[in-house]
Design a protein around this ligand. Structure first.
Ligand SMILES: [Zn+2]
Length: 234
């Protein structure tokens, strides 16, 4: 009976492998059992920023004179039509929230041996309710969950709320974007972050306008310091 059961599950497994082979998202090679989403070779070759080794990195310089932040660390470099764009596309448009979480855990592993290992709490940049409804999840929160798991640092997801949302940001210039986002966030739980070093998490760093607006709100709490991390930098 047991043999029959085992045989049956083996057949189911083989069938699933045939129909939904586990392949690398980037090179389509078959993954070995321990691998998820990416083969070892593609994982090794990701365009890591290494900005966790350099405090005054170009991403940090983007915020100079705008908002006081401790560290700014994008995990990967984003290039047009590159591998990171492909991964972000999978997360945003093919609803691969498990991929967002997975990349978050890889990022967390790296941050564990950086100056950010001592932060007190992780806050994802919130998504507006209508966008959340459309997508089904907040990708920044999924990335933050992955980071939280591998760093063993609490995720604080109800600290900031997003209030205003107007049409897509992508076609606006920097000033228009700023006008649109500067009042978009509301600090709803200042006690949860008072006296803490907060790691603010977003998916992609472009102009930094959204992160700046969000960071300024967080800084309204007492004795708070902020570091910013993103999955990628454009
Ligand atoms: Zn691969």
């Amino acid at each position: 009976m047991l043999i029959f059961k085992e045989l049956k599950s083996r057949i189911v497994y083989d069938f699933l492998q045939l129909v939904f082979p586990r392949v690398c998202l980037l090179c389509y090679d078959t993954l070995v059992v321990q691998e998820r989403f990416l083969c070892l070779q593609c994982k090794t070759r990701l365009p890591y920023s290494h900005y966790w080794e350099e405090k005054d990195n170009p991403a940090a310089q983007l915020f100079w004179g705008r908002v006081p932040v401790e560290w700014v660390i994008p995990f990967l470099h984003f290039t047009k039509n590159g591998v990171v764009q492909h991964l972000i596309h999978e997360i945003k448009y093919n609803k691969r929230h498990d991929l967002a979480e997975y990349l978050g855990t890889l990022f967390g592993n790296v941050l564990n041996s950086s100056s950010l290992k001592m932060v007190d709490g992780i806050v994802p940049v919130p998504l507006h309710a209508s966008r959340l409804l459309e997508r089904g999840y907040n990708q920044s929160e999924k990335i933050a969950q992955g980071i939280s798991q591998s760093m063993n640092i609490p995720l604080l997801s109800n600290v900031i709320e997003r209030r205003v949302w107007k049409s897509s940001q992508t076609k606006r210039n920097r000033y228009e974007r700023w006008q649109n986002v500067k009042d978009a966030f509301q600090l709803v739980n200042r006690e949860a972050i008072a006296g803490k070093h907060i790691m603010l998490v977003d998916d992609v760093l472009t102009t930094g306008a959204t992160l700046e607006a969000c960071a300024l709100k967080i800084l309204e709490a007492e004795r708070v310091s902020i570091s910013i991390v993103t999955l990628a930098k454009a």
